[in-house]
Unconditional design. Structure first.
Length: 254
């Protein structure tokens, strides 16, 4: 993925990593469209960042995805980058189904079906572009489990393997598949995470991500240095120690 000259749609980016990445990509000379569920947040983003376009989208709703895709492509027919950013994270207790089933279903709907439906809505258009990219968003927790968030871990492991698989299928097209693998970052993904000393500062994370995209435009995985502890535990042979350290670091492993 080149660092500038793209038209980028980032659904699920009204806050946190998505919004920070949108702002930075806009500053690097890209046309950026931010998507989200809440109209008031979209209005605020449009007012505070006049160069960023916005569209309402609920990535848990197939009809909303289809409607937003039509709107985005009508306004931005040169769209060539889709970033499937939307995601939720829930703390779960799997001792009793009443305490986790609804949460698990919501996580899978948003984190797995959401990206699948988004890709389905845009992949034909992207294949018609001379240079296009699908950016999926997994997590360091795709490679080492956090005890408190089973469904989130599993959803991100699914995104990793989905990315690996569709990259193979789309190898005969102009569409690249790039997987962004964040560590814990200071966002509101979980309560208290914005102030967690164990999480990576948001600005630092996005700065490193953009530098990696610029330095490695052909990279298949975008890994800040901090996530490699989780990403490569099994390859290094210290997976058990990684899992133990992750889950001892604080109550949510941040």
């Amino acid at each position: 993925m080149r660092i500038s000259g793209n038209t980028v749609f980032i659904p699920g980016s009204t806050s946190g990593i998505g919004l920070a990445l949108a702002i930075e990509l806009r500053a690097r000379g890209n046309t950026v469209i931010v998507g989200g569920r809440r109209a008031e947040l979209l209005e605020r983003i449009a007012a505070e960042h006049p160069g960023i376009d916005t569209v309402r989208i609920d990535t848990a709703d197939p009809a909303s995805i289809d409607s937003a895709a039509k709107e985005v492509l009508a306004k931005h027919p040169d769209l060539n980058v889709l970033v499937t950013m939307a995601g939720i994270m829930r703390v779960e207790d799997w001792h009793e189904p009443e305490s986790f089933l609804a949460s698990a279903e919501a996580v899978v709907t948003t984190n797995v079906l959401g990206p699948i439906r988004l890709i389905a809505a845009f992949v034909r258009h992207l294949q018609a572009q001379p240079d296009a990219t699908i950016v999926t968003v997994s997590s360091g927790l795709a490679f080492a489990p956090l005890k408190a968030t089973p469904s989130y871990n599993a959803s991100k492991a699914a995104i990793h393997m989905l990315s690996e698989s569709i990259r193979l299928q789309l190898a005969d097209t102009t569409v690249k598949v790039v997987e962004l693998e964040p560590p814990s970052v200071r966002t509101s993904l979980l309560p208290g995470q914005e102030d967690s000393e164990f999480a990576m500062p948001l600005e630092e994370f996005v700065t490193e991500v953009v530098a990696l995209i610029e330095a490695q435009p052909d990279a298949r995985e975008i890994q800040v240095e901090r996530v490699k502890f989780l990403r490569y535990g099994e390859a290094r042979g210290d997976y058990d120690q990684v899992v133990e350290t992750l889950n001892a670091s604080d109550p949510h492993g941040r």
